[in-house]
Write a protein that binds this ligand. Structure first.
Ligand code: G6P
Ligand code: MG
Length: 220
C-alpha cells in the first residue's frame, strides 16, 4: 500500500449538506402532491440532480416532459441554494479540518470528487476551497456514481495512479464508484457499506495513521 492521494466526496463527508438536499427535494415532492422519506433519500446520495429528479418522480408515479422536468430541477436548486448561501465554516463536519491539516503536513495530494454542480460555491461558503488541489464536480462529469468517472478524473488530474488513492464517501453508490476506479474506499457515516474497504463513523476520532491501519491487509 502506497497512498499518495485522498479524494473526498463533498455532501455528507466534508459538510452536512445531505440534509439540505433532502429538505429541498422533499419540498418539491410535496409541491407535486406526494411525500418523500429519508429512506427514499438514501437512493439519491451521490446521484446527479436530473437523475435524482427521475428517482423522485418515479416514487411519486409522475411522468413529465423534459421542459417541465428542467423547471422542477431548477426550482429544487433554488430552494437548495437558499440553504447553501447561508452556510458558514461551522457546518464543516467534525474532524475534517484537522484531518486535512494532517494530510497536508504529510504531503498527501488532496482532491474533491462530487456530483454536485454547487461544489465550488459550497467550499467557498465554508472556506475550504483552497484546501483542494483538484476539484472534479458535476460541472465536469458526464456520468454519475457508481460510474468511476469522477474519481478517475481526479486521480488523472493529480497525476496519481488509482491504486494509490483513497476515496472517502458517504454514499453506497460512491463506494461502488471508488471500487470500480480501483481505489481504496472508506465509508463515512452510518450506512451499510458492504463494499467499503473500511468504515468510519466520522473524522472526529481518527487520524491518517488510523485510516492507513484500517486499510492494512485489505486488497483493492
Ligand atoms: C451530490 C449529492 C446528491 C446531489 C448531487 C447533485 O452527489 O449527494 O444528493 O443530488 O450532488 O447536486 P447538485 O448540487 O448539482 O444538485
Ligand atoms: Mg455524499
Amino acid at each position: 500500500m502506497n497512498i499518495q492521494a485522498c479524494i473526498f466526496d463533498l455532501d455528507g463527508v466534508i459538510v452536512d449538506t445531505a440534509k439540505y438536499h433532502y429538505r429541498a427535494w422533499r419540498k418539491l415532492a410535496n409541491s407535486l402532491g406526494f411525500d418523500f422519506t429519508e429512506t427514499d433519500n438514501e437512493q439519491l446520495k451521490g446521484v446527479s440532480r436530473m437523475e435524482s429528479l427521475d428517482i423522485i418522480l418515479n416514487i411519486g408515479k409522475k411522468t413529465l416532459d423534459e421542459s417541465k422536468k428542467q423547471t422542477l430541477a431548477n426550482q429544487k436548486n433554488d430552494w437548495y441554494l437558499e440553504y447553501i448561501t447561508m452556510m458558514t465554516p461551522n457546518e464543516i463536519l467534525p474532524g475534517i479540518v484537522s484531518f486535512l491539516d494532517e494530510l497536508k503536513t504529510q504531503n498527501m495530494r488532496i482532491a474533491l470528487g462530487s456530483a454536485s454542480k454547487n461544489a465550488v460555491l459550497t467550499l467557498e461558503k465554508v472556506k475550504l476551497l483552497d484546501r483542494f488541489e483538484i476539484i472534479i464536480d458535476g460541472t465536469k462529469t458526464t456520468r454519475s456514481k457508481p460510474d468511476p468517472q469522477v474519481f478517475l478524473m481526479g486521480a488523472a488530474d493529480l497525476g496519481i495512479a488509482p491504486k494509490n488513492c483513497i476515496v472517502f464517501e458517504d454514499a453506497t453508490k460512491g463506494i461502488e464508484a471508488a471500487r470500480e476506479a480501483g481505489m481504496y474506499a472508506i465509508g463515512v457515516g452510518a450506512s451499510n457499506f458492504t463494499q467499503a474497504h473500511a468504515v468510519i463513523p466520522s473524522f472526529e476520532k481518527i487520524n491518517f495513521d488510523g485510516i492507513k491501519a484500517l486499510l492494512k491487509g485489505t486488497m483493492i
